[in-house]
Design a protein around this ligand. Structure first.
Ligand SMILES: [Zn+2]
Length: 171
């Protein structure tokens, strides 16, 4: 069995007592304490599973009670075939959050397509002076109405994924 790849040492995850390197990862803001909890649950859940070849957890992002877990490229096959749905349910209870899972991709647009529960017409990025980048994501009007309530949550999540200055979902 190959190792499950996580952003913290296994000993640190298991004991909850962090070494300097892991502590720095949280203090720098690169990872959160939620990431640490997620890692612990992943280890508990999949640690004894055999037949896992490719499972890595990158990090989570969170907005308004929606927690998005970003897994490494190609991880979700093993994740779901080994009962990942149950882990999601468990995490939703433990963390009292709605959870979505995504696979990391170098192509950010692909991640956005995965994240949004509706089709996207196109992406438009405009660069302004002073490194201000605006990403407009065009959506069909009917689809837009379906996510109107969560519009800002999705915009915030996409901002975090892409690192742009401003995101607008637009009908
Ligand atoms: Zn450590």
């Amino acid at each position: 069995m190959k190792q499950i790849k996580l952003p913290f040492c296994k000993t640190c995850i298991k004991t909850g007592v962090l070494c300097g390197v892991c502590e720095q990862k949280i203090e720098s803001g690169k990872y959160s304490t939620t990431d640490l909890i997620v890692c612990k649950e992943i280890l508990n859940f999949f640690g004894k599973e055999t037949g896992i070849n490719n499972l890595s957890f990158e990090k989570s992002i969170e907005k308004n009670g929606l927690l998005v877990l970003i897994f490494g490229k190609g991880s979700l096959g093993d994740f779901f075939s080994h009962g990942g749905f149950k882990l999601i349910k468990k995490l939703e209870k433990t963390l009292n959050r709605k959870i979505r899972v995504l696979e990391y991709s170098k192509d950010e647009n692909e991640m956005i397509r995965e994240l949004l529960p509706i089709p996207i017409i196109n992406f438009n990025t405009v660069y302004y002076p002073g490194d201000f980048v605006v990403l407009t994501i065009k959506i069909d009007k009917r689809d837009f109405n379906k996510i109107k309530k969560e519009k800002e949550v999705y915009e915030d999540l996409i901002k975090e994924i892409t690192g742009v200055s401003y995101v607008e979902l637009s009908p």
